[in-house]
Write a protein that binds this ligand. Structure first.
Ligand SMILES: [Zn+2]
Ligand SMILES: [Zn+2]
Length: 246
C-alpha cells in the first residue's frame, strides 16, 4: 500500500500546501481520501485524474471537499475522462451539498459520481477492506482504516480526542492523524487534536508510525511535531508530494 500526500494544510489551503487530500494506492487501484481546497491542482502533478478509481470524503467541511468542483469540471470538459462513474463514498447529504457547491442550480453531479452514503462499519473499496468510525467533530465525520496485503493505514479525518479513533487504529501500521490545535488552554472540545493528543492516540493504539497532518498555516509545525514526539517518538510531519510505503 502506498500513501502520497497531495495536500496537508489544516483548515484551508496554505502557502506551502493545498488543504487535505491523500492518494492511497494498492494493486493498481487509486483511492483519494478527501478533496480539500486547492488539492485538485496538486493532484494533477501526481496522478492522472482519469486513473482515480474512487473518492472517500471524511466529512463535508470545505477544507475536505471543495475541490470536488474542479474534479467534476475536469471529467466533464477535459476530453480525457473515461466517463465511467467514480464511486463517491461520503456522509449522507454529500450529493446535495456538493451539487450546490458546484452551482446555484444544484442540478447534480451524478453524471460524474456514483454517491454512496457511508456510516460506521465496514465496506470493500477495490482491494481495500475499509472500516469507518465516527469521530469527535461538530459535523458527521468518519476516520477510515484501510487494510490490504497484510498492511493497514488509518486516516483520522478531523477529530477531537476520541476512544473510537483509538480503537479503529489498534495495532495499525501507519496512523495519519490530524494535529490542528496548538497546545494552549481552554481549547474547544470535540474539534481537533493537539500534537500531544495525536501522539497519545498513536501510543494508546500501539500504532507503528505516526504521520502528523492538517496543521493550519498559522500554527508552528515544529511545535506540533515536538509535542507528538514527547509521547510517541515514531512521529513525523508529512509534506506535500511525499510518498510513504505503508
Ligand atoms: Zn479540516
Ligand atoms: Zn472539519
Amino acid at each position: 500500500m502506498r500513501l502520497t500526500i497531495v495536500g496537508c494544510s489544516g483548515s484551508g489551503p496554505g502557502p506551502a500546501s493545498p488543504a487535505s487530500c491523500y492518494l492511497v494506492e494498492h494493486d493498481g487501484y487509486r483511492l483519494l481520501l478527501d478533496l480539500g481546497n486547492g488539492s485538485f491542482g496538486a493532484l494533477q502533478a501526481l496522478a492522472d485524474p482519469a486513473t482515480v478509481d474512487a473518492v472517500f470524503l471524511s466529512h463535508l467541511h470545505a477544507d475536505h471537499c471543495l475541490d470536488v468542483a474542479p474534479f467534476v469540471v475536469w471529467h466533464r470538459y477535459s476530453g480525457r475522462s473515461t466517463r465511467q462513474l467514480v464511486p463517491m463514498y461520503a456522509p449522507v447529504g454529500a450529493e446535495r451539498r456538493l451539487a450546490l457547491a458546484y452551482d446555484a442550480d444544484g442540478e447534480g453531479l451524478t453524471d460524474v459520481f456514483d454517491f454512496v452514503p457511508v456510516g460506521a462499519g465496514s465496506l470493500e473499496l477495490g482491494p481495500f477492506v475499509a472500516e469507518l468510525a465516527r469521530t469527535a467533530h461538530p459535523v458527521e465525520c468518519y476516520a477510515i482504516r484501510l487494510s490490504a496485503g497484510g498492511r493497514s493505514l488509518v486516516y483520522t479525518g478531523d477529530t477531537g480526542a476520541s476512544d473510537a479513533v483509538v480503537e479503529l487504529a489498534r495495532d495499525v501500521d501507519v496512523l495519519l492523524a490530524e494535529a490542528a490545535h496548538p497546545d494552549v488552554p481552554d481549547l474547544p472540545p470535540a474539534l481537533h487534536l493537539t500534537g500531544r493528543e495525536a501522539g497519545e492516540h498513536a501510543a494508546a493504539a500501539q500504532a507503528g508510525r505516526l504521520l502528523l497532518t492538517h496543521v493550519p498555516a498559522w500554527i508552528d509545525r515544529e511545535a506540533q511535531l515536538a509535542d507528538a514526539r514527547a509521547v510517541f517518538p515514531a512521529s513525523e510531519l508529512v509534506e506535500p508530494g511525499a510518498t510513504y510505503d505503508v
